[in-house]
Ligand binder design. Sequence first.
Ligand code: ZN
Length: 193
Amino acid sequence: MTAPLTLEELTAAGAHRTGHFRLSSGLHSGDYLQCALYLADPRRAERAGRLVANGLERAGIHPDLIVSPALGGIIIGHETARATGVPFLFTERQEGRMTLRRGFAIRPGQMIVIVEDVVTTGKSTREVIAVLEEAGGSVIAMASIVNRSGLENPFDPIPYVPLLSVTFPAWPPEECPLCREGQPIEKPGSRPV
Ligand code: ZN
């Protein structure tokens, strides 16, 4: 059960597809990830959470709180918190603004790891960091199932522990080779989770 997560497993679960996709960022890509389909099996979700927890442990990162942004991060964040033995909270977008879920609070100085399903640009994660630090928390690391940012660590200097890093090309529509070939495009969900 300590074997690393592979792209083949995500593909077998239908969580990675190839074709021609319009991503939520507006970029086009031949690869699409929907980790929710992998996490739909609670045993797989539990294993992924344990792998994230092990990765944090190996990196010497010891959080006392795990936080994830809703909706995509909730399952993996919860399973990571279970495997780590610490509480779990989540943030959500309300009227376009990222905020802590109603009723949740951060204690000053709490050592937080943010856990996501997929990191694409890291932009929404940086909003979560800002919310938690404003609330007095200390974000000590980031983790995710998949890193598709194309960078080793888009959060540098905050440590980042992804289970799987992939390099999937993505292009602005006008530079998309799949458009040029006339391949029909798919717009999966409003926002990949
Ligand atoms: Zn295209």
